[in-house]
Structures are given as structure tokens and as C-alpha cells.
Design a protein around this ligand. Sequence first.
Ligand code: PMT
Length: 410
Amino acid sequence: MVPDSGPRVLLGVSGGIAAYKAADLVRRLRERGCVVRVVMTEAATAFVSPLTFQALSGAPVRISLLDPAAEAGMGHIELARWAQRILFAPATADLIARLAAGLADDLPTTLALATRAPLYLAPAMNQQMWLHPATQDNLERLRARGARILGPAQGSQACGDLGPGRMLEPIEIATALLADLLPDAVNPPPSTAAAGPLAGVRTMVTAGPTREPLDPVRFLGNRSSGQMGYALAAALAQLGAEVCLISGPTALPGPAGVTRVDVETAAQMHAAVFERIGTIDLFVAAAAVADYRPAAPAERKIKKETAELTLQLIRNPDILAEVAALPHPPFTVGFAAETDQVEAHALAKLSGKGLDLIAANQVGGDQGGFERAENALICLWREGRRVLPMMPKTRLAGELAQLITERYLA
Ligand code: PMT
């Protein structure tokens, strides 16, 4: 009997060699308190027996859409409504294509259409199939509809190839899924994080605003709350990275497992970054750094003695551009905060600053950007582009961390 309380996860297994890892995934999800039901494609049954999944999940496994006995129990529409998350692991290239096209030609794809539960995919396929533009286009369509893509990892493949396409380890998939489902309950032990795809990667993230003093009590600042950068630092740490967070003034607690260095001005942020940059492999600039600072901050509080006051501002160093211009730069990721022509300005920053990746967001409107809990990003790199639609910053950070990992490892 399946326990009836706990997060309800519907696991769809499709036909690839990684199907054997899905058995361990059921175990990992159940260990974490999930109620798991399994559906399989016909092809998946050639790799692992439905009985294996039945024994591990404690519930009957469904394969056919047209099974009168099964429909008399929990019908497929009921099953689709029951699920709080639908996870396809492994998700083969064929399954991804069918999901992207909105087909309902077997039980798993029908359930994906009949549900309102968020969709998660853990792709697994040959590296050439993964890199094929058709697969990448299909993934882009699914992402644009809000599906979350977990992995794949790099490495040697069952077919003998080397490259991206290995399914993430079950524990990584379970952790990512549960982090969204139960953000407070899941705090993976350091040993789990250290095993992620960024294990041993020394990472620095800048976050939050800077404050540029005008006098001892006033400053020039901006609306950054630090949420985006902090969420990203946490997401990178969850993928196994060693993360140093250089933070401007925020009201946020430091993420677990992340070393935090507090600064106030752009000059202090510049100094804190360059003190440590020599050992950094991956640099992510999410901070909203003031481009200018008052040329001569007053030593005493400025009095309102005149009708007008003119401030002289001087340029601050561009921390991101200086990091990217180092003789041996880390993999460098920038942000672009724009009120208009978001993509054009971001492209100019990508090439102008010599970055590996840029994440551009619209700021100054009613949605996303500064201070808000949600955001959307257009991510650009020399050979590609990925749109991450509006979603909570915690989840968006997970998606961006995943993309950074893919590009860093490519
Ligand atoms: O903090 P939140 O409230 O969650 O809001 C998130 C955010 C909008 C601040 C974030 O998503 C974001 O866009 N951060 C970058 C803001 C910014 O300063 O963008 P920019 O286009 O002005 O700068 C481009 C890049 O250069 C950024 O990576 C910035 O960190 C970097 N930069 C800029 C100036 C400077 N002197 N040094 C820098 O390193």
C-alpha cells in the first residue's frame, strides 16, 4: 500500500538505458517522504520490469492508456489530478519531442497534457542527440511553458561517447525536485551538495546594491534587494560549488553553506572581489553596482543652505569587465538590467565586456527585476540563447544555475 500523505510525485519512465537509475530515484523520493506513482512508456519496459517499480513504489505501475482494469481503479485523468509534480526520468529525445509537440499518444504524454502539476524532465540520451538543434528547440519550447529541465550531466555514456547527455544522479534529481516542492524542508547535507556537477568549482557571486556616500548620513543607492543574487548563490551551492558571496547591504540572511563578505560601496566590492579572484573558477555578477559615485563626499552632513545643489560624480570601476579582462579569467557571467531594448543592450554587454554568458532582465516595470520575488531572464551566450519565463526568483536561480553549469562544463 502507498502511504497517502506526503508530496505526490508522478514519475514517468521512458525507454533509455538510464531507466535503471529511475528505480533508485523512486527509493530516494520515498526516503524523503514522497508518495510516488510510476507510469512507463512501452519502450521503458524493455529496460526495467514494471514489477521493479511496483515493489519500490508500493503501488501498481501503469503502462497503457487503454487498460480497462486500471481505468476502473484510478483513471488517467484522476492520476493527472492527483500529481503535485510530474517528473520524467529518464526523458529521452523522443519523449521530449512528443511533449513539446503536445502529443497524447501514450499514457505518460497524455498525463502531461491532462495535469496542471509542474513538469520536470531529467533528460538522458546520446550526446549528439542532446546537442541536435531539434532537441534543443523542443527543450526551449518546454522551458517557455514552464517545464524545469534537470541536467543532463557530462561524462562517458553507455554508447561509448563522451559529452553531455547522462541523466543526473537520482539523489540530485530528488534534491532539485524537493527543493521546489518543500523549500523549507529540504536542506541537503553538505555531502550531497559536494557530490553535485559543480563539486570543487570555486565560485564567486556578487549580489545586492552598493551605497555611494554623499555625506555621513546620505548615499546614492538603487532598488536591488539582493534576492536574485542570494538565490543564485544558494542554487550554485546546491549544485556542489564552493560559493563566496560578495554582498552589498541587504536585509537577507546568508544562504546555508555559502561564505558571505559584506561590503557597502562599489570600491569596497571591487576590492573584495580582487582580493580573492585569483582562485576563482566561476564568477557571477548579479550585484547592481553604482556606475558613478560622488566625487567628494562631504565630511559633515550637507545643510540645505542653497536653492540648488550640484553633485559631481565620477565613474566607478566596472568590476565585471575587469574580471573578464584578466589574463586568465574565470568563466564569467554577467547580468544586464535594462528598461528598454533588453536583448540588444545585453548582447552589446556580452561582447563589449567579453563575457561567457549574460542574463538580461527588464527593470523598472510592474513585474520582475528589482525588489520583487519573481523575475524573468533572457540568457545569451555566443552560440545560443535561452528564455527563462517569469517565475519565483528561487526557482529561476535554479534554472540559471543549471544553464551556467551546462555552459561551464561544455
Ligand atoms: O536584487 P534584486 O532585487 O533581486 O534584483 C535583481 C537585479 C535586477 C539586481 C539583478 O537581476 C540584476 O539585473 N543585476 C545586475 C544589475 C546591474 O547593475 O546591471 P547593469 O546592466 O547595470 O550592469 C551589467 C553588469 O555589470 C552586471 O552584471 C553588474 O553586476 C556589472 N557591473 C556593473 C557596474 C559596475 N561598476 N561593476 C559591475 O560589475
